[in-house]
Design a protein around this ligand. Structure first.
Ligand SMILES: [Zn+2]
Length: 420
């Protein structure tokens, strides 16, 4: 399926721990084979050279980190400015946890239950100091920003980050509700639809073509009543179509008008994800500033760059565009999925047969099919053999329960963050 080999870089530090420029993975393995370096970590790959490099020999071409903040997924990319063509050193998607607010509700329930069953204790009230604190960020959002910071700090351990660039809000909610006002850049390129409206349309239609149902295709926003027939530039006149369907419809707009209007009638844009991104914004910014120089760019600029350089729309590619270091030699760099893991405070069983909680494993079925995932539970069965088993969750989020260890291989033991 994959014809071209994706590029992948390993992070490099020297004997003293100086952060050097990353090197292609193949080269890193070569250095290890030649005993010139040792493997520190494999996911992400980090090697340490056996010698110290003098400061003057350290490559100081600036490395920029771009962050495309989202409510569900966050794209990040490290791009290095080079004399000839800029290099994408790393790209990844942080798969944010979505279960926090549910878990908070559960906890509230447990606490309430316990409180109300302690009859000997007097009732207390007005004791919610922390949730009334000024500038407080709700845990579900705080956790999302914290996950981004964890990733950035982790990367910064192995690679120099000279500048961080983050996109301002993905969606300008005000511009949608208070009427359309074009951004500055649109005056120059007036044939382009406002990126804000485009994104809002996709969001409302759940990133799915409203004609064929595809959601992995290149999506476009279609004007139900064309602008030339004085259709409006508003979300009520836009619908999400894939490029194939869009082509079919173009020229026959009137034929599809009724159908499309019916589809989107009464469909409201769920603003919650956009608000989540907004809410933790200043906290994230102030924390990022402590790591490196921070610069802010707006969504329109990113979209324009992406279109100019013909780069597809994905979270990581957006992050590459956000760094502003275009053109790059290739965007075909392995996309790493990063999952923040919830730390388990107390495990009844710490280790079983050499496996621990959250270990990344490969399970080989008898017919040879392989699943990769991570261990979610370890236990000893209460049967006559006292069989030792585990539960694991595959990366496609399916849970497997009660599996023995014989067909499991340990791939990696992540420290707080999973790099897959
Ligand atoms: Zn379609």
């Amino acid at each position: 399926m994959i014809t071209k080999k994706e590029m992948q870089y390993a992070f490099v530090i020297d004997k003293e721990g100086k952060k050097l420029s990353p090197t292609p993975v193949d080269n890193a393995w070569y250095l290890i084979r030649k005993d010139k370096a040792e493997l520190i970590e494999q996911y992400p790959m980090v090697i340490r050279l056996n010698k110290t490099l003098p400061q003057r020999k350290v490559d100081d071409n600036p490395i920029v980190l771009g962050i495309d903040d989202g409510a569900h997924k966050v794209g990040i990319a490290l791009v290095q400015r080079c004399k000839t063509k800029n290099k994408v050193l790393f790209k990844g998607v942080i798969d944010l946890r979505q279960d926090v607010s549910k878990k908070m509700d559960e906890r509230r329930g447990y606490r309430r239950y316990r409180r109300s069953h302690k009859r000997y204790r007097e009732k207390r009230f007005d004791n919610r100091g922390s949730s009334k604190r000024k500038g407080r960020i709700p845990p579900s959002i705080y956790q999302k920003k914290e996950a981004i910071l964890r990733v950035v700090k982790r990367l910064n351990k192995y690679v120099r980050i000279d500048k961080i660039i983050i996109e301002d809000v993905a969606i300008d909610i005000r511009a949608l509700t208070e009427g359309y006002k074009p951004y500055k850049w649109q005056y120059q390129k007036s044939n382009r639809l406002d990126e804000n409206l485009r994104r809002a349309t996709f969001m409302r239609d759940d990133y799915t073509c409203q004609m064929c149902g595809k959601n992995f295709a290149k999506l476009e926003a279609h004007h139900i009543v064309p602008l030339r027939d004085s259709g409006s530039n508003s979300i009520y006149n836009l619908i999400t179509l894939c490029c194939d369907c869009h082509e079919k419809v173009t020229g026959n707009e009137s034929e599809y008008k009724e159908k499309f209007l019916n589809i989107i009638e009464g469909r409201e844009l769920d603003l919650k994800p956009a608000m989540h991104v907004m809410q933790g914004k200043s906290y994230l910014r102030s924390e990022l500033k402590k790591i490196a120089n921070l610069e802010i760019t707006d969504g329109g600029t990113t979209a324009n760059k992406r279109i100019d350089y013909g780069i597809s729309k994905s979270h990581t590619d957006d992050a590459i565009c956000i760094t502003g270091l275009l053109p790059v030699d290739t965007v075909d760099v392995k996309e790493v999925t990063i999952k923040p893991i919830r730390t388990k405070k107390k495990n009844r069983i710490e280790e079983l047969e050499g496996f621990q909680h959250r270990d990344i494993i490969r399970y080989t079925k008898r017919d040879g099919t392989k699943y990769e995932g991570y261990i979610t539970a370890l236990r000893i069965k209460n049967n006559k053999y006292n069989s030792k088993v585990c539960n694991f969750r595959s990366f496609s989020e399916k849970t497997y329960r009660g599996y023995g260890f014989r067909n499991l291989t340990l791939i990696n033991r992540p420290k707080g963050l999973m790099f897959i």
